[in-house]
Design a binder for this molecule. Sequence first.
Ligand SMILES: NC(=O)c1ccc[n+]([C@@H]2O[C@H](COP(=O)([O-])OP(=O)(O)OC[C@H]3O[C@@H](n4cnc5c(N)ncnc54)[C@H](O)[C@@H]3O)[C@@H](O)[C@H]2O)c1
Length: 472
Amino acid sequence: MTSSHKDNSRRNFIRIAAAGSIALGAAPITNVFGSGNFTDADLLASEKKIPAGKGKSVMGLRCEPLKIVRIGLVGLGMRGSEAVRRLIQVEGTELIAIADVVPKAVKDANKQITDLGLKPAIEYTGEEDWKKICERDDIDLVYQCTPWLLHTPIAVYAMKHGKHAACEVPSAVTLDQCWDLVNTAEETQRHFMMLENCCYDFFELNTLNMARNGVFGEILHAEGAYIHDLRWLKFMKEGGYHDMWRLEYSKIHTGNPYPTHGLGPVAQLMGINRGDRFDYLTSVSTNQVGMSLYAQDKFGANSPEAVQSYKLGDMNTTVVRTIQGKTIMIQHDTTSPRPYNRIHRISGTKGMAVKYPEEQIALEPNAHEFLKKEDFDALMKKYEHPLAVQMGEKAKKVGGHGGMDFIMDYRLIYCLRNGLPLDQDVYDAATWCSIVPLSEKSVLNRGNSIDVPDFTRGAWETAKPWPIVSIE
Ligand SMILES: NC(=O)c1ccc[n+]([C@@H]2O[C@H](COP(=O)([O-])OP(=O)(O)OC[C@H]3O[C@@H](n4cnc5c(N)ncnc54)[C@H](O)[C@@H]3O)[C@@H](O)[C@H]2O)c1
């Protein structure tokens, strides 16, 4: 993002929240538990309080194949500008319209498009112009990379206007929003995909293939995380997050606001919503120390940033137990000075794998030790995922977190063009994102256990786990 990107008038966080809630016709979404579906008491028995559905299940939804996927892209900041670069390199796409409230971001995005010899996209720069994009009749997919509080409102509006919707992580931050996504997808029979790119990283795909082939035996436990020191970016006043939205969120929320990078890959691998589902969770957070210390060092002890209180604990640890008696541990820490880590640890009856800090596997009969490099390499080769075989090279060239972002985009477009169910559906998005409000609720209640709603309304019992897919 360029500095002039930030020269634009600064719209505050509350206005973003308000725009989102007006669009939904709901109460302000700064209330973490949403506006109406659940009282605190209801939440404790939430799976018994499933709201009435508005349409039929979209589990395994297939829609009309699209020859060309015509895209409207909203949010062209750090992530969205990269999405433009990738999407114009995916076969069978046309970027029809682009929107950002920062005009320079829109111009820069269009330059990427025209530099490739493609037709320029129609430009939008108004605060609510995403509605105009959703209302167009020449768009199939609304793809968005906006700040968190806009995700559900835009996706819901897009589906209600007949579009498929794809949205950055997390797609929802309240239970109401989770249900809004599910209910709208069911009502409109449109696809919704949360763009959880980590599901397409190479080691994650590889261990998924191994898991499906029984290499780890029965998987009873997994761990994932988002441990990424983002202090510098959160406190960056120019050139960082639009209106410092991530820092604003940290002021008013605790728990795990960003669970899906670690959770998505292990949830898919363990067949969550497909043969198993989340039952309940318990979550605890440390005190908040690091953001204040950072602010004191950077801006001075009496600076507004240093005296400001932040609710987000430095480290959050959430443990989810599933109906089939499995556990998943998810951590979030964007404050502590530590190397980047998503853990990705899988533990089964025949062995285990872990990704960070180093990709390693240990298997029976000698699981006391990690495999030697040549045995590890041979196993990785044997179980290389078809998506990595078919697209790995090109994905690494296009890039985007080492290639996983391109594989994700390519698969999304491929599924839409071939009328296939998407790899991640609205139930995955709602379930994975429900950790955001439920972990906060648990943290605020001394780690007491909280039920996780069954967003599939029972469809998990017969749905089959995500298969090993390809692009052929
Ligand atoms: N999957 C990943 O690996 C990954 C990586 C980074 C960010 N993200 C996610 O992507 C999203 C965007 O993050 P970012 O780092 O690009 O933040 P950012 O602040 O750089 O980008 C957000 C963009 O949205 C624009 N915007 C704000 N209000 C708007 C409106 N009303 N209409 C149109 N545009 C509007 C802003 O001007 C900005 O350009 C977040 O949800 C974040 O969590 C995901």
